[in-house]
Structures are given as structure tokens and as C-alpha cells.
Design a protein around this ligand. Sequence first.
Ligand SMILES: Cc1ncc(C[n+]2csc(CCOP(=O)(O)OP(=O)(O)O)c2C)c(N)n1
Ligand SMILES: [Mg+2]
Length: 333
Amino acid sequence: MSDKELTSYSKDFLAELFRKMVLVREFELRAIEERRNGLIPGFIHSCVGQEASAVGATAALTQEDVITSTHRGHGHLLGKGGDPKYMMAELAARSTGYCLGRGGSLHLADFELGILGANGIVGGGIPIAVGAGLAFQMRGEKRVSLSFFGDGATNEGAFHEALNLAGLWSLPVIFLCENNLYGEGTPQDQQAPIADLAKRAESYGFPGEIVDGNDVLAVYEATKAAAARARAGEGPTMIEAKTYRFRGHYEGDPQIYRKPGEMAEWRKRDPIPNFRQRLLDAGLFDAEALDEIEADVQADLDEAVAFAESAPAPKPEEALAGVYAETHDGLIF
Ligand SMILES: Cc1ncc(C[n+]2csc(CCOP(=O)(O)OP(=O)(O)O)c2C)c(N)n1
Ligand SMILES: [Mg+2]
């Protein structure tokens, strides 16, 4: 648990952290339900259980800062201000979705909100975040780029190349590893020779820090400090948020790889009920106020599902629109 007193934060800020974590959890559960109902085609990699890292990290960024995300990215997007209506419509392959219904979960993006994109390629977002950080440095902008990725991604070449350059050039980048102990069905101890992945940062010349990834305030504080370092020109930071996913790698995953008792242990550390209890114990909110936030989230999600249902699918004849760009002399690429 983060050591700072809850009362040192504003009530609005704490309520917003709670609301966003509930939104992420309930968005995922609703998307899973709507997939069963036939509204959503394709895979869903939900981040149920990992809400604190998504919400805590993005709460420490400004709108001008950017993120890159993963195949498990709905929480990252919602944290950064993504609209559940456009997300739900995109998941449902409707023309009103973020990518006009052509991309789905793995391609969600909103450049205006600094969301440079989810990514179906494991580790694929990490070099993109480094490129954004390089652009900010070259333009003299005090912006920060944050890349979310999983434990499995830290075994990809792209991770090592990206961290090396970011360290060499002191780029304003935060590498936020959500270590949920598995890469698909492979336990972390069968895919890497070390358990604490944050150690990898040291070999690229910058600090790596481990935080309780189920404590939204701990992740927020670590990210805030890393963002301050980046803005001061002191270079990158890696944050390893230790966490756990409560559902399968994808919906339908039989999850035969889980260690006995592991889920029950992590369930005790569920980020949302624990944060709710902290807010109640501190006397900052009563149960009714928090219930109301939960009810508001459900209303927003009802609206998001209705928005997705009411929209048409993209037209086949428009399939190539936006794929090619015309140059000044009319050539199409
Ligand atoms: C380059 C690449 N290799 C393999 C895959 C297949 N794949 C999709 S998700 C995944 C596991 C990723 O594990 P991790 O980075 O820990 O993220 P998590 O799923 O745990 O959030 C794999 C191997 C892929 N999409 N891209
Ligand atoms: Mg993982």
C-alpha cells in the first residue's frame, strides 16, 4: 500500500481514481457479455484485475503526454480519457467506432487524447513510445511518452532495443511493465531467468522500480515521479507493476496453467474492493456515495452499448478509405 495518507489527496481526485477503476472493470465485463450476446465479434483480452496499473499510471500524465498500449489495452485507453461509446462501437465493428469499425480491440487509438494505439504485436508499442519521446526531446517539448507492456514483452528484441536507445539519449519515456506473472499460458518463471524485471533497466543506464500494481496510488506516485524526471530532462524510468489477471488470457482460455491457490491469494488483493474499503475507512466517502459512482458507470455503459447497437457496420465499398494517402501529384500510396 502506498504510504502517503489518503487525506493528502483531494476527494475529487480519489473519487475519479475509483470511478475509472470501476469503469475499466465494468467495461470489460460488459464487453465479455456483449460478445456472448453476439454484438462483439473477435477476441477480447480483458484486463480484469489489472485496473490499478492502468488507472494509476495514466492519472499521473497530462492530456499532452502520450501512451502506447497492448492487446490488453482497454484499461489504458479508458484511463487516458478514451470514450467508452467509441470503444464499444469499435469492438462491435460499427462505423461509429474509434477506427470506423475496421480495427477492433487491437487497433484502438485516439491521437487527440495522446493514445497512440493498442497493438497486436507483443512489444510493438515500446519502440513507438521511444520514437514519440525522441520527437518531444527534439522539439524541446516538456511532454512524456509512456509505454504499457506485459512481462512477456520484456523478452522481445524490440523491448531491449527501445530501452537501449532511450537510455543512451536520455529520452522522456516511462516503460510501464504490467507483470501479471504469465505470457499467455507460460508462467513468468519459465520465460525469464529473473523474477524482478525492473532490474533490466539498470543495464540500459536508468532506474527501474517495482511497485504494487494492485495499489492505484502506489502506481500513481511512481509514475508521477518518473514523469517529473522525464520532464526535467533526466531520462527514462522503468516501472514494474506486479499484478495478476483474473480472467483468461482471452475469453475462452481454459486457464489450465494457473498454480493451485494462486487465484484465491490474488483475489484478496483485488484493487477495486480494497481501494473502496480504504476510502470508507478513511471516512472520506460513505458507501452511498461510492454506490452512486458505480451506478453512474453502469449508466454510461448502457449508453455505450446502445450507441454501438444503433450504429451501422462499415460499408464494404469504403473498405479502402483511409488506407492509402494521396500525394500532391495525385499518386496514391
Ligand atoms: C510478436 C508477437 N509474438 C507472439 C504473439 C502472441 N501473443 C499474444 S499475447 C501474448 C502474451 C503476451 O504476454 P505479456 O507480454 O506478458 O502480456 P499479457 O498478455 O500477460 O498482458 C503472445 C505470446 C504476438 N501477438 N506478437
Ligand atoms: Mg503477462
